[in-house]
Design a protein around this ligand. Structure first.
Ligand SMILES: O=C(O)CCC(=O)C(=O)O
Length: 284
């Protein structure tokens, strides 16, 4: 249950969309809620294949307990949590980005179909940003949790870009799914003035958690969450004792729309370029 994890009243389940609904209905739902959430949009076997490939990399890196099933993602006792930007993380993450299964994943026809509807273009014309993104989130590392932000802070280019977040395996709330602030994209872009040292991205939006309303859920295999580049979202902390949370997020836009050149680079290279100077420039 959401309340059990966050101990706050302001968490509600996602509104669930039907991929067979009309394009107009789906666009209206996005406009209302700032997101579209689908149960089982991607075939479970596909999720499990990518999950295995990513977790095998984590096992090889010594992050997982070799006496357990790789698919359970149990952290090896004694392994210290690591995260984006920390020594040791990049070398492993680089191998994940090189996995063909991981790289091809956002081209899944069911994902392209929804992206095409949101962008109002045929699915085969949708441009998937080559900057594929994966997250490997350790337990006992609450400070690294992705803070509230809008993807436009990172993506730039066309405002009309949609992100899709998918956990690579079941992701109950305590493993740290994604939460969206419903209706938030309609408020436009906000300055990312809050510092979250040690967290993914390091900066974010100042949000009063005593009054903010969030939607989230226990994600099942193949569940997919699409949202607009202005939608305010954050991750929930991985509160499990010893399980990695793995996920992927990818961006979709029209090929003719403006694109930031870094969106064409591998995530790890783009991240290295996202230095202090770039961050300072994004303050205005
Ligand atoms: O998975 C995460 O922790 C962050 C994902 C995210 O913020 C995104 O998809 O934009």
């Amino acid at each position: 249950m959401l309340e059990a994890v966050e101990k706050q009243k302001n968490y509600y389940p996602f509104f669930e969309s039907d991929p067979k609904a009309s394009a107009a209905d789906l666009r209206n739902q996005l406009q209302d809620n700032s997101y579209l959430f689908f149960r089982g949009l991607v075939a479970p076997e596909k999720i499990l294949q990518v999950r295995r490939a990513v977790l095998e990399v984590c096992m090889e890196a010594g992050w997982l307990d070799p006496v357990t099933d790789v698919m359970d993602a149990i952290v090896r006792p004694g392994v210290k949590p690591t995260s984006e930007g920390k020594p040791g993380y990049a070398a492993v993450y680089r191998k994940v980005l090189q996995l063909p299964l991981f790289h091809d994943f956002p081209n899944d026809p069911n994902l392209l179909a929804i992206a095409g509807i949101l962008l109002d273009i045929p699915a085969q014309e949708v441009l998937v940003h080559p900057r594929r993104i994966g997250r490997i989130t350790f337990p006992n590392n609450k400070g690294a949790t992705t803070p509230p932000h809008q993807d436009f802070y990172y993506i730039r280019g066309s405002v009309d870009t949609y992100s899709c977040w998918i956990p690579l395996g079941e992701c109950p709330v305590e493993l740290g799914g994604l939460a969206i602030m419903p209706g938030s994209h309609r408020g436009g872009y906000r300055e990312h003035t809050a510092n979250f040292p040690g967290a993914v991205g390091g900066v974010g939006l100042p949000v009063d958690e005593t009054t903010a309303v969030w939607h989230s859920t226990d994600f099942g295999l193949g569940d997919a969450l699409f949202f607009h580049s202005y939608s305010i979202h954050k991750a929930l902390p991985n509160l499990t004792a010893n399980r990695l949370r793995i996920s992927t997020d990818n961006r979709y836009q029209r090929p003719q729309d403006k694109i930031e050149p870094d969106a064409l680079l591998p995530h790890i290279v783009a991240d290295e370029k996202f230095d202090k100077k770039t961050r300072a420039a994004r303050k205005n």
